[in-house]
Design a protein around this ligand. Structure first.
Ligand SMILES: Cc1cc2nc3c(=O)[nH]c(=O)nc-3n(C[C@H](O)[C@H](O)[C@H](O)COP(=O)(O)O)c2cc1C
Length: 199
């Protein structure tokens, strides 16, 4: 596989955040990734999403919030477990928090605004991949914990669509099983035994 757009689309894989290291994108590359992120289909042109960057010391500082929040989940958590949970954001040099900020009063349904946010997340993965970086879209418990949401300034109307970890892969990821097209594609005319390329 080479580097054409279709080849990248057909081969991109997520890399586990714990398998990432430095370097991450530099400021110019980060801006490119975010520009690609914001260039998604967006019914009504309302940009119902926003980004929070976690990098450098900010990742450790937020770790104190994670430590406190994780105690709510597991009161008896060991120090080792708390260290693991509070260090989450340091697994990669850059974490982009993608926030879904739909306008509930807008004529465009909230569902469509949320779909646009999903496209944002995928564009980030593809942009990172195109620049030679590894990426992973993760929510984990922290996307839903009120203390983490508060620390990040997420409002009641907003959702964390994902923490997108970006860095350099320690090792190339192995492929994982993918759905067979015959299991997910049906022909409008009712052909369900489709076995090969559309003709
Ligand atoms: C909204 C969303 C949330 C996810 N959250 C997690 C998560 O919390 N933990 C995890 O291991 N994978 C999570 N994943 C899955 C990974 O991002 C990814 O799909 C998986 O590693 C395989 O990715 P690939 O098909 O791009 O190679 C999530 C995926 C999505 C779309």
């Amino acid at each position: 596989m080479g580097n054409s757009a279709i080849e990248r689309l057909l081969t991109r894989r997520s890399v586990l955040a714990r398998n990432m290291t430095e370097p991450g994108p530099d400021p110019e590359q980060t801006a490119q990734i975010l520009t690609a992120a914001a260039r998604v289909p967006d019914h009504g042109k309302i940009a119902p999403w926003r980004f929070i960057l976690l990098r450098n010391d900010g990742r450790q500082k937020l770790g104190a919030v994670l430590r406190d929040a994780y105690r709510d989940i597991e009161a008896e958590a060991s120090e080792a477990k708390l260290d693991l949970e509070s260090g989450k954001f340091t697994r990669a040099p850059l974490v982009i928090v993608v926030v879904s900020s739909p306008l509930s009063s807008h004529k465009v349904p909230v569902w469509e605004q949320q779909l646009s946010c999903g496209a944002v997340c995928q564009n980030i993965l593809h942009a990172a991949d195109a620049l030679g970086f590894a990426g992973q879209w993760i929510t984990e418990w922290c996307a839903y914990h009120p203390k983490v949401r508060d620390a990040l300034g997420i409002t009641a109307e907003e959702q964390i669509a994902g923490f997108i970890y970006i860095g350099t892969a320690i090792e190339p990821p192995k492929e994982r099983p993918r759905p067979e097209l015959q299991d997910i594609v049906t022909d409008w005319q009712g052909v369900t035994d489709w076995q090969g390329p559309l003709s």
